[in-house]
Design a protein around this ligand. Structure first.
Ligand SMILES: O=C(O)[C@H](O)COP(=O)(O)O
Length: 236
């Protein structure tokens, strides 16, 4: 048996300002740092064998803050190519345990196109609440110049199937630190949600969502809080 731990990054500076962020590389706010450290506290004694994050700093920061509390080992970024791959190799036995960490744009937030940088309330005033809700939560309506959730899934799901699932199959506990919509597409896939159901799916910042992997199946344990699991998928 192994565990899949999904976590949306803690609150970012632009979440705080209520701005569409997408691929804009915004760091965590002070509250976001606290949320990530709190998640780290909850996961302190969990064995984490491998980490996947997006290429965006808010997800990387969140994974690193979680690992700053965790005893599994030191996260080591596995570079795919170039001098970083060659020169960052660790030679010999130094007694440390390293946790391989893979960064990929496949896990990046939905690309929000022309909405990036716009205030979400201002967008509702300009385009209407219904239109903005469709852009933010529907499956196949893309924001202007950006990705629909369906488009996002075209990059997240092959990555999930090709890179993340094989680790679970090898009994590795996996931490995935990513974003509201890249995780919505993954949860939709795991849970087999319909287009209608995914409209209601909203993933909170900084709360680990735990799955158990056994005999080829992922079973939802729920969102992990101080007091235990919240088994519902739609957190108010
Ligand atoms: O990119 C963003 O603006 C947020 O990370 C997610 O935004 P959403 O809640 O509008 O999908």
């Amino acid at each position: 048996m192994s565990n899949l731990i999904l976590i949306r990054h803690g609150e970012s500076l632009w979440n705080k300002l209520n701005l569409f962020t997408g691929w804009v590389d915004v760091p965590l706010s002070e509250k976001g740092v606290k949320e990530a450290l709190n998640a780290g506290e909850l996961l302190k004694y969990w064995r984490i064998d491998v980490i996947f994050t997006s290429e965006l700093v808010r997800a990387i920061q969140t994974a690193m803050l979680v690992m700053s509390k965790n005893y599994s080992g030191i996260p080591k970024i596995e570079h795919e190519n170039g001098m970083m791959k060659e020169w960052s190799l660790i030679y010999g036995e130094d007694g440390e345990r390293y946790v391989p960490t893979y960064k990929s744009w496949h896990l990046n937030e939905r690309y929000y196109g022309q909405l990036q940088g716009l205030n979400k309330d201002k967008a509702k005033k300009i385009y209407g609440e219904e239109q903005v809700l469709l852009w933010r939560r529907s499956y196949d309506v893309a924001p202007p110049g950006g990705e629909s959730l369906k488009d996002t899934a075209k990059r997240t799901i092959p990555y999930f199937r090709g890179k993340i699932m094989p680790e679970l199959e090898r009994d590795k506990n996996v931490l995935v630190s990513a974003h509201g919509n890249s995780l919505r597409s993954i949860v939709m896939h795991i849970e087999g949600l319909t287009k209608e159901e995914v409209l209601k799916l909203n993933i909170p910042t900084g709360v680990p969502l735990i799955y158990e992997y056994q005999a080829g199946k992922l079973k939802r344990m729920g969102y992990l809080y101080e007091w235990g699991y919240d088994k519902s998928l739609h957190i108010k």
